[in-house]
Design a protein around this ligand. Structure first.
Ligand code: OVV
Length: 397
């Protein structure tokens, strides 16, 4: 193949302007070529589905152990000890991945369904007494903040540290900008609480967290590795689902005909949630680092370079999706990269879909209409897309 120079581009994908409304920038990035050069940070990037999948499929050429944010761990000290699953390559990754996949497998999650359903019904009871609600505070945060820490077995005191920690983690994948600095303002106490909450004795005996320590007891992991995997669950498991659920509500408020489709058949709630994760992906971006010279979409990239993959742009690439901006709960969502792709694909996918499916189905059975009740306010984060508030009116069925 003929190698061509990539288009240079001066967007800052971590600026307020970009993060507030990324989609016009995503389109420009996709149209600029299969690979672009982002001069401001001296990095490569791709916003097309084909190349994003190519990068994420080839974990030998595009590694994670140099960090999956802008910072190159080979040159800069990471802000915390690296994750031993997210920021790791095989063979370490294979060993830790196996443990978390088992801890979060469908079999492990089976007993959670009735608990999640009960909590969803309780939440809908209180929502319908109110009519005017905030889709973020009252639903998107309220539901995962109850069911997720309970499922893991996190201690009940101090749970208010969980979202600030996730906000730190996901801002830290970007540059050290104001978002990052603000998120880190209370870092010491938040990290202190998280560190303590990851210890075996801090976890409830019957939670999913303890099953990670069972792998330590079986000799698969060191104690400190088990602790770091609990930290991964607490890092990745809450902000993502908070925004996932809030963003799904935003999709339905923006496409009211699709709420009618779901109400007519709440059994499609899981696909509907997945379609929302395609259209309004909570995790917008991740980086990889090249381990050798590579040809990506006809552009030569040298070894040791950072490559930014725009997952959310790939999820709206018209080369892959028909009518990509349309929210269609009957769409065949397979192939979207909102949960990633390849060996690093989200290990919490089944847990997040259990939350999304159960909550959307409970709402669909009892809410006739979801309407916007004011301007949604974005929650800006260097990696996550979501809302700070989402004023809604819920009409009882
Ligand atoms: C997927 C993800 C996001 C953030 C943190 C982690 C993983 C982790 O392993 O700590």
């Amino acid at each position: 193949m003929q190698l061509s120079p990539a288009a240079a581009c001066d967007f800052d994908p971590f600026s307020t302007e970009f993060l507030s409304d990324p989609y016009p920038f995503h389109e420009a990035l996709r149209e600029a070529g299969p690979v672009v050069r982002l001069d401001r940070y001296g990095i490569w990037a791709t916003a097309r589905h084909e190349q994003v999948v190519a990068v994420l499929s080839d974990y030998e050429s595009y590694c994670s152990s140099a960090g999956v944010g802008l910072s190159d761990f080979r040159k800069e000290k990471p802000w915390r000890p690296p994750s031993i699953i997210l920021e790791a390559d095989p063979p370490l990754h294979a060993r830790t991945h196996r443990v978390l996949m088992r801890a979060l497998s469908p079999a492990a999650l089976r007993d959670l369904r009735p608990v999640f359903e009960l909590e969803a019904e309780r939440l809908v009871d209180t929502l319908l007494q109110r009519r005017e609600v905030d889709g973020v505070a009252d639903i998107g945060r309220a539901y995962p903040l109850k069911v997720f820490p309970d499922a893991i077995g996190v201690r009940s005191d101090g749970r208010e540290n969980l979202l600030p920690y996730g906000n730190m983690v996901f801002n830290a994948f970007g540059p050290p900008n104001e978002l990052f600095r603000d998120a880190m303002s209370r870092a010491q106490e938040v990290i202190g609480w998280i560190t303590a909450a990851c210890e075996r004795d801090a976890l409830a005996a019957n939670g999913l967290g303890r099953s990670v320590y069972a792998a330590h007891d079986a000799g698969e992991l060191a104690y400190d590795e088990a602790r770091l995997l609990i930290r991964s669950l607490l890092s990745a498991g809450l902000d993502t689902t908070v925004h996932g659920i809030s963003n799904a509500l935003f999709c339905f408020a923006s496409f009211p005909d699709q709420w009618d489709v779901l109400r007519a058949d709440p059994s499609i709630a899981r696909t509907a949630f997945d379609e929302a994760m395609r259209l309004e992906s909570p995790v917008q971006t991740f980086f990889r680092t090249t381990t050798r010279d590579v040809d990506l979409g006809g552009t030569l990239i040298g070894a040791g370079e950072k490559v930014l993959t725009f997952l959310a742009a790939a999820n709206r690439d018209p080369r892959r999706w028909s009518d990509p901006e349309r929210f269609d709960v009957h769409r065949r969502t397979g192939g979207h990269v909102g949960f990633g792709h390849g060996i690093h694909r989200c290990v919490g996918e089944m847990l997040s879909k259990l939350e999304g499916e159960i909550l959307l189905a409970a709402l669909a059975r009892r809410v006739r209409a979801i309407e916007l009740n004011g301007e949604p306010a974005p929650h800006l984060n260097n990696t996550l897309r979501g809302f700070e508030s989402l004023p809604l009116v819920l009409e009882a069925a």
